[in-house]
Design a protein around this ligand. Structure first.
Ligand code: CUA
Length: 361
């Protein structure tokens, strides 16, 4: 017998069986179990668009192609760690490896064919989904921190806070952003596209199931990212038409309330202020920014030498000038000064102060 350390260790064929045969056997069994579990899990939410079926099939094919490979690699790694573990005190080198041409050709060719095949399949599906359809409804989607607004150029409808779509009609979304990158996503439609500053991205789909689904921002876009959620309602054509009429009627404003506050209330909703600010009158929940319900009182405490009106106005036009303690700087967009006219800002200020317990009318 030679002393330990004098020779290189070789994989041993002992009473536990040949390591390669064992690894292959365990690998095959584990792959079958892994793939079966993967396919049993219901990965997808409800399916509500014409392309969802194709997307789901593509995902299943990807899972069937990748899960066995992942499981096999893990089995080999774990098996080797357990089986060929060095004995305590064994400081000898492992056997030198000279390479194996046949094995190398195999593990370069198989992944190459697999990845190329999947890429072609993905391209075919994408091409099919993105094909132009007749009679498309055009919807312009605008993202901003932290809200979505929707314009319907064919209906002459602007600044809708809710996405409403007629069922079974192809839609083309044109997605833009006013500030940072957001991502427009309705999980039930499956498709998703980024809203990128300086460009317009497009998305085509046909909602095919009446219902109410969430519109989600899928790109980390700032502190309020998780609050950037709205709804899409898919309606029968006649209900959609009625909604459009209702929106247009609502656009003219003035339902008996004082002109300025009514306009301000509309702006509060249209500009998405409620995505970040709690305000009881608008029914918005507490969020990322300071609540606005006691605005008139706290204005005096925060800025004793400024009147409430000037304080609120400054906060909209130049949000970094004064940041309420406990809230981070730079979250409130600085775009309102340019996006809103001076009259609109005045209307917003008037509205906020009228509903927050100050400046009794
Ligand atoms: Cu917008 Cu995340």
């Amino acid at each position: 017998m030679t002393e330990p350390g004098d020779e290189h260790r070789e994989p041993r064929v002992d009473d536990r069986g040949h390591p390669l045969a064992q690894m292959i056997l365990i690998g095959i069994v584990a792959s079958i179990i892994g793939t079966a579990i993967t396919l049993m899990i219901d990965w997808f939410p409800e399916d509500a668009s014409g392309s969802a079926g194709q997307v789901d099939t593509l995902y299943d094919v990807l899972l069937i192609a990748s899960v066995p490979i992942f499981v096999l690699v893990m089995v080999i790694a774990i098996y080797c760690v357990v089986r060929f573990r060095a004995k305590p005190g064994d400081m000898s080198d492992g056997a030198p490896i000279h390479g194996n041409t046949r094995l190398e050709i195999f593990w370069v060719t198989v992944p190459f064919l697999l990845v190329t095949g999947l890429a072609i399949y993905g391209w075919v599906v994408l091409n099919d989904i993105e094909a132009k359809e007749p009679n498309e409804l055009e919807v312009q989607v605008t993202g901003q921190q932290f809200t979505w607004t929707f314009d319907y150029p064919q209906e002459q409808l602007k600044n809708a806070r809710e996405l409403v779509l007629p069922v079974d009609r192809p839609v083309q979304f044109e997605v833009e952003t006013k500030d940072v990158i957001h991502s427009f996503w309705v999980p039930q439609f499956r498709l998703k596209t980024d809203a990128v500053p300086g460009m317009t991205t497009r998305l085509r789909l046909t909602p095919d199931k009446v219902g109410r689904y969430e519109v989600v921002c899928a790109e980390l876009c700032g502190l309020g990212h998780s609050t950037m959620r709205q709804f899409v309602r898919v309606l029968p054509q006649d209900e959609y038409d009625a909604w459009v009429e209702e929106q247009k009627a609502g656009d003219t404003g003035g339902d008996g309330e004082d002109g300025g506050t009514a306009q301000g209330k509309e702006l509060f909703s249209a500009q998405g202020c409620g995505a970040c600010h709690e305000l009881a009158d608008a029914g918005t929940p507490s969020g990322v920014g300071p609540g606005l319900d006691e605005l008139a009182e706290v204005a005096a405490e925060r800025k004793p030498n400024t009147d409430a009106e000037a304080y609120v106005k400054e906060s909209i036009e130049d949000p970094t000038a004064f940041v309420v303690e406990g809230f981070p700087e730079g979250v409130m967009p600085e775009t309102y000064r340019d996006d809103l006219s001076p009259e609109e800002i005045d209307a917003l200020v008037e509205y906020l102060l009228s509903v927050s317990g100050g400046s009794e009318q």
